[in-house]
Design a protein around this ligand. Structure first.
Ligand code: AMP
Length: 193
């Protein structure tokens, strides 16, 4: 089993890369943002959740933790997971750590996709033209970055201490970034063979 967290600012390319790598390696792509958007479309908690997404702030930890743990449990017999957009706070990371321990799961690495904030913002605005996402506009984007700096970025230190961080340059084209991520995954897997 291979379990990876894809980490980065909004617009770094986590979702794009997670989709590619998950398909190539038959891993389960678990995007917290997608799960929340589905819940808004058709779930009971929709109205409560929409408010957070539309303001660029985090959905409460307890809610997201329950949703993610349910999604992991459903797919636990597969080849592993790519977490995209989760965890996003220290408290979420601690909950995931405990859940992994209780379920005998191992976190292999945190793939930190690095791009400049200017480039990330450009990409999100471009995506906004076709994504239909109500949070891909300048005001909410600014808040999403603020949330990232205050609540999510501290996870880099958290996972650094656990020796899990692998930095990937997210600036090149999609294919190049995917190739580079795949190379690091091969490196991670070597000691297991
Ligand atoms: P994303 O699709 O990853 O860009 O997430 C879109 C929005 O969903 C974020 O701005 C948050 O409001 C919410 N969200 C996604 N993942 C999480 C998470 N792990 N914890 C709390 N809120 C989240």
């Amino acid at each position: 089993m291979l379990n990876l967290i894809f980490f980065g600012t909004p617009g770094a390319g986590k979702g794009t890369q997670a989709e590619i790598i998950a398909a190539e390696r038959s891993l389960f792509h678990l995007s917290s943002g997608s799960i929340l958007r589905q819940e808004i479309e058709s779930g009971e908690l929709g109205p409560e959740i929409k408010h957070y997404l539309d303001s660029g702030t985090l959905v409460p930890d307890s809610l997201i933790t329950t949703m993610m743990e349910n999604a992991i449990t459903k797919n636990i017999s597969g080849n592993g997971f790519i977490f995209d957009g989760y965890p996003r706070s220290i408290s979420q990371a601690e909950a995931l750590y405990k859940f992994f321990e209780n379920n005998n799961l191992h976190l292999n690495a945190v793939i930190n996709i690095e791009i400049s904030e200017d480039e990330a913002k450009k990409r999100i605005l471009l995506r906004g033209k076709t994504s239909g996402r109500s949070d891909d506009n300048p005001e909410v984007i600014a808040q999403r970055f603020k949330t990232y700096h205050e609540q999510t970025k501290p996870l880099l230190d958290y996972y650094q201490e656990l020796g899990k961080i692998i930095n990937i340059n997210g600036e090149p084209d999609i294919e190049t970034v995917a190739t580079n991520i795949n190379q690091t995954i091969e490196e991670i897997k070597k000691p297991l063979q």
